[in-house]
Design a binder for this molecule. Structure first.
Ligand code: SF4
Length: 329
C-alpha cells in the first residue's frame, strides 16, 4: 500500500530556534519514516509579511535547509524543496484565488489578529489577505492526506478543506482530497525569560547558536525569584530552568524537582546540569549545521534536486486542474 502524503513548510525568516524545533521539526523527522513527506521552505509566504525587506532571503533559505538537515530530515526519505522553485504553486494559487470568497479570508482569525497587532509594518496588502489561499495551494498541490498541526491551527486547515470542497464542486471534479489534521503533541519550551520563545522577544536559543552562547543563555535564565539563598525551598513550576529540564533531563526531572523544593540544590548547580544536558543535544546538531554550511553548493543541489522532484508531482496536479477548469488549449 502506498504511503499517505504529509505536507508542511517553514518560512525562511531566520535561524530555527528550539521552540520551532520541538514544535515542528522533531516531529517531521519522525514522520519521514512512515509517510510520503513533502517539507518545504516557504519563501513566497515570507513575502506576505516581509515583502519590503528581502535582503536576507537567500541566506535564510540556505541556512533553513541546513537546519532541516542538521535536525535529521533526510532528502532520501522526504522531498525537501523550495516553494518558489515549483512554479505550479503560483498557478494553483491564482486559480484557487478566483473562486475563494473574500469573506472567508476576511474572517480568518490570524488575519484579523495580525492586522490589529502588527503595527510596525504595513500588511494591508492583497498578498497578506490571500496567504490562506497560497497555503491551500501548497497543501492541495500534493493531494496531502495529512498536515501536522497543533490544536490551535485546526481552523487554518479548515479553510484549505473548504477551498478544496468548493473547487471540486464548482468544476465537478474530485481532484482534491480534503486534508486531515495530524495532531501532534509537541514538547513546549518557553523562551529564556519564561515568555513564549519568539525572535521578537529576543529570548530564543537557536540551532545556530554556538555551544558557548547556549551555555551563557542557560546561565542567564530566570529562576524562582523567591529563592534568595541556596537552601531556600524553591518552586520549580515558576522556573524557566525547570521547564527546560522537563524536556532535556526527563530521567532526572523528578529528582531535580524534589531537590529544588527541599532546597538541597542551588540554582547555579541546577543550571550547570542543564548546560550539560543541552550541550549533549545541541552541540552535535550545531556541528552538523556548520559542516553543511561550509558546502553551500551542496546545500543548493539538495534544494534544487528536491524542488525538481516536487515539480514532477506538482505538474501532474496542475495538469488535472487546468483540464477541470478548462483553461488553456
Ligand atoms: S533549583 Fe533549579 S528548578 Fe529550582 S529554582 Fe533553581 S534553577 Fe529553578
Amino acid at each position: 500500500m502506498s504511503k499517505k502524503i504529509v505536507l508542511s513548510g517553514s518560512r525562511p525568516t531566520g535561524n530555527i530556534h528550539l521552540g520551532n524545533y520541538f514544535g515542528a521539526l522533531e516531529n517531521w523527522v519522525r514522520l519521514q519514516d512512515d509517510y510520503n513527506c513533502y517539507f518545504f521552505i516557504a519563501d513566497w509566504h515570507a513575502l506576505t509579511t516581509g515583502y519590503d525587506d528581502t535582503k536576507d532571503l537567500y541566506k535564510n533559505t540556505v541556512s533553513l535547509m541546513a537546519d532541516f538537515l542538521a535536525s535529521g530530515l533526510d532528502p532520501n526519505k522526504a522531498t525537501l524543496f523550495l516553494q518558489s522553485l515549483v512554479s505550479p504553486h503560483a498557478e494553483l494559487y491564482l486559480l484557487l484565488g478566483m473562486n475563494t470568497p473574500l469573506s472567508w479570508l476576511e474572517r480568518c482569525p490570524t488575519y484579523k489578529d495580525m492586522m490589529a497587532n502588527m503595527t510596525e509594518k504595513d500588511i494591508a496588502t492583497y498578498g497578506f489577505l490571500g496567504y490562506p489561499v497560497l497555503q491551500a495551494a501548497d497543501i492541495l498541490m500534493y493531494k496531502a492526506d495529512y498536515v501536522p498541526v497543533g490544536e490551535d491551527q485546526i481552523p487554518h486547515l479548515e479553510m484549505t478543506r473548504e477551498i478544496a470542497r468548493r473547487f471540486n464542486y464548482l468544476y465537478e471534479s474530485a481532484i482534491f482530497p480534503e486534508p486531515q489534521p495530524l495532531l501532534t503533541k509537541s514538547k513546549v519550551l518557553p523562551g529564556t525569560d519564561g515568555r513564549k520563545m519568539s525572535k521578537s522577544y529576543g529570548n530564543t536559543i537557536a540551532l545556530a547558536d554556538t555551544p558557548d552562547e547556549v551555555s551563557q543563555k542557560v546561565m542567564s535564565m530566570i529562576t524562582d525569584p523567591a529563592r534568595i539563598r541556596k537552601d531556600d525551598p524553591g518552586h520549580p513550576e515558576v522556573c524557566t530552568v525547570f521547564a527546560f529540564h522537563k524536556v532535556f533531563s526527563e530521567d532526572e526531572v523528578s529528582d531535580i524537582e524534589e531537590q529544588c523544593r527541599k532546597g538541597t540544590i542551588g540554582c547555579v548547580a541546577c543550571k550547570r546540569k542543564l548546560q550539560a544536558r543541552m550541550a549533549r543535544f545541541h552541540t552535535p546538531i550545531y556541528e552538523k549545521r556548520q559542516k553543511l554550511l561550509e558546502d553551500e553548493s551542496g546545500l543548493l543541489d539538495i534544494i534544487r534536486d528536491g524542488s525538481r522532484k516536487a515539480s514532477e508531482a506538482a505538474e501532474r496536479t496542475i495538469e488535472e486542474v487546468r483540464k477541470a477548469v478548462r483553461i488553456g488549449i
